[in-house]
Design a protein around this ligand. Sequence first.
Ligand code: PLP
Length: 469
Amino acid sequence: MEGLGSARLRDLPSVDAVLNTAAATKLLERFGRAASTSAIRAALGDARTALRSGASSVLSADELALEARDRLEAEDRSGLRPLFNLTGTVLHTNLGRAVLAEVAIEAATAAMREPVALEFDLSAGGRGERDDHVRSLLCALSGAEDATLVNNNAAAVLLCLNTLSDGREAIVSRGELIEIGGAFRMPDIMARAGAKLVEVGTTNRTHAKDYRSALNAQTGVILKVHTSNYQIKGFTAEVGARELAVIAGEANVPLMNDLGSGTLVDLSHYGLQKEPTVREAVAEGAGLVTFSGDKLLGGPQAGFIVGKRELIAAVNRNPMKRALRVDKIRLAAIEATLKLYRDPDRLAERLPTLRLLARPLPEIAALAQHLLPAVTQAVGANFMVALCECRSQIGSGALPLDTIASAGLVIRSRAGGGALERLAAALRGLDRPVIGRIEDGGLVLDLRCLTDEAAFLSTLSRLNTHALA
Ligand SMILES: *Cc1c(COP(=O)(O)O)cnc(C)c1O
């Protein structure tokens, strides 16, 4: 055996022989000499290992070139390639949250391609400020005196707390010491901001007198956190932002309100559950209000800070701000996204997040009906596909208890034995991965976020069902 294998090793073509094939010429054009040569070497290495362990056939130069091509194509596929989010969670943090409006994509692309006046005042011809591109928009949309922005809302919270309470006390209700996904825990952020956490009240009830008795000369800020990702029900009491603003004002201490998702419009106009708006939070008297760019707002990742002029000025003087700033690409996309809010009547058409959240159920159900035959055929005879009613979620911690009626397809395996998991994996392995969710023994494809039906069908036609049995 061993002798035979080594005899055959000599029959393997050389790297040069493989490079001289027609298939390799195409590889060189697509991937360049260095990458192609190393892929051919790797393919040859595998062929040698196979022969040593008893493989009987020696691969030809052409076959090796094709092996190398498969390798290079696999390496070339980006982990960030577009996918179909059929999870039913519209703002899926693991899938990149909000998809952007066309105008935002165009603005970002233009800013990538050419120089822009990022920190340059075109009228005066001198240095300008990065924030100027969105400051007046943010003020107009929120009613705040001034505004700034940073990398994400976690950064906004860190920066504001550090500005207001580094080395001082920050008062927060025990009912609002939240953890959101991705290791963002309010007590940890406060510690990193240099603030000494002063917890008041209890998990379910906090009263005005709890805040009042915690105030002292060391207090830097009263923090209110919108508990966006959970609800406390039953025997509860919290002090609203309006009342907290009065308490803070009497003590001459700023109130900071972290809205988390926050929205610039009243979602109930679009048939969704109401979430506090930024304008309301500002009107309630908070000194600083923080919220995310890529949650309900539907823009790129960003953290917005709006509020009183002197507090925003203090935030801007904090050297930490420089480390948390946003780049020109996102700033261009943010500006274009915010501008859409000046025309609320057409917002649901133009802003994908809102369009998807407000998508009419009959439209989704009709899509499911329409796709049923094609999906049934694509997954093959080992699976059953049926229409299903399901519930979509907003995601990113916003309104977690408020699901939205949706429709889709549920795929079940006739055989069991892990076939459904293999199907889910095969769908994830497609050129444009299809991500559903496994629920009660079925793979549910919630079609709320499926907008490109043709692309979905053509992707699905490449599903190899033989590998699934
Ligand atoms: C989501 C959230 C954050 C963090 O926002 P990111 O934009 O994800 O950094 C902070 N606070 C609250 C209440 C949140 O819901």
